[in-house]
Design a protein around this ligand. Structure first.
Ligand code: BMA
Length: 388
């Protein structure tokens, strides 16, 4: 049997690996970063569960213990941390010690290192303040054309990227006596096909967005940021499903500038502004994931549901009947590498009910446990080795 399997492997596995292993756009990435990408690509029908800010705070708590031990609402409900931790850099460019949602960057570094040490995956988004007037990312002004190479505020964009570089270069841990740079899935300039951020459609010409993206990637690579995997993430609500490929690729900077074909989808999961029936939303949720994976595979890249969720998770059995039902609808939907839901806002810091995961006592907590126990969901307690 074993011998037969060996022959089979020689005949099929090697050629398969040679063609199916995608390459990162930056050839100089660290071995751990290359391994992460390779392992994301070969998860098959397993999907990593991710949660934004999961270790930083939850609905009813904040921070970590004096002995450095960490929490997560997801851990409190399932006894496992999520496989993917999302963090947002917004504010780092202004020299703030906390991000826009109040998380200290020093604390983020702790959570990122802990996630990596447990074998988990880290991803960053960046609600960047404007390099022109420091207004927040929701200011709808035509800044981008002044930030790209040749623009009058270009140097300020470079300074902002340098602030990220300084933080990124601190993200190392010792593994077996060697210093390892923690790989990061970096997802800048997200949801650009919407009109709510200053880099979005309406305030930015498509070609200028492409220049912004290409400059960002080229600059970070030139500066030796070799721990980055670049994820592209338009918003589903602005994608024409009848014309997915073309519509998805609004602002697409090219296959040499993207590693992960992602998208953010709140729209098909019960977004209050979406007026089509639940059944129709669910059909489109599934269809979108199929098309996303088809597009990624046609380009030899990895697909991901880079942000998702239902604010306040109001629908009974959301996790099983909506989320898992969509992600595991068929062998294509299940090919996405990860699905990250947005943050559980701390109830004392702003809006109550602005949560996308679960927490102890929350109405869908037991349904979440069923989701956690699904054979194809991956949390940190079942994550395969991603860095070798
Ligand atoms: C949004 C909301 C905001 C938050 C921002 C950045 O979707 O959650 O409250 O400030 O993301 O995390």
């Amino acid at each position: 049997m074993k011998y037969g399997f060996f022959i089979f492997s020689i005949l099929f596995a090697i050629p398969f690996t040679a063609t199916a292993t995608p390459n990162l756009i930056n050839p100089n990435t660290t071995p751990e970063t290359k391994s992460l990408y390779y392992n994301l690509a070969k998860l098959g029908d397993q999907v990593l569960f991710g949660h934004e800010d999961s270790l930083a705070y939850g609905a009813k708590w904040w921070g970590y213990n004096e002995d450095n031990s960490i929490h997560s609402d997801i851990k409190a409900v399932t006894d496992s941390f999520p496989a993917v931790l999302g963090a947002d850099l917004g504010g780092i460019e202004l020299g703030h010690d906390k991000n826009l949602d109040g998380v200290r960057f020093n604390d983020y570094a702790h959570y990122i290192k802990e996630t990596f040490k447990m074998g988990g995956v880290n991803t960053f988004s960046w609600h960047m303040y404007s390099p022109v007037d420091q207004s927040d990312s929701w200011s709808k002004q035509p800044f981008v054309k002044t930030l790209i190479p040749g623009g009058e505020h270009h140097a300020q964009l470079v300074a902002y990227l340098d602030a990220f570089i300084a933080f990124n270069e601190t993200l190392t841990v010792k593994v077996d006596g060697n210093e390892v740079w923690i790989p990061i899935i970096f997802r800048p300039w997200h949801e650009h096909n919407g009109d709510w951020f200053w880099w979005g459609k309406g305030h930015t010409a498509e070609q200028d967005y492409i220049s912004l993206w290409r400059f960002t990637v080229d600059y970070l690579n030139e500066q030796g940021q070799n721990n980055l995997i670049f994820a592209f993430s338009p918003d589903r609500s602005r994608i024409d499903m009848a014309n997915f490929e073309q519509s998805y690729q609004y602002g697409y900077p090219g296959d040499n500038y993207i590693d992960i074909i992602g998208y953010d989808n709140y729209w098909d999961l019960g977004h209050p502004a979406n007026t089509v029936t639940v059944e129709e939303q669910q059909t489109l949720f599934v269809e979108g994931l199929v098309k996303l994976t088809d597009l990624a595979e046609s380009k030899g890249k990895v697909s991901a549901l880079s942000e998702a969720g239902q604010e306040g998770v109001w629908q009974d059995n959301f996790w099983t009947e909506r989320f898992a039902a969509g992600i595991f609808a068929n062998d294509k939907t299940a090919r996405i590498a990860y699905a990250l839901v947005w943050r559980n806002n701390n109830e004392e810091q702003g809006k109550k009910g602005h949560y996308y995961g679960t927490y102890p006592g929350e109405k869908n907590a037991s349904d979440f446990v069923t989701f956690y126990n699904h054979p194809n969901t991956v949390f940190i307690d079942t994550i395969p080795a991603m860095y070798q």
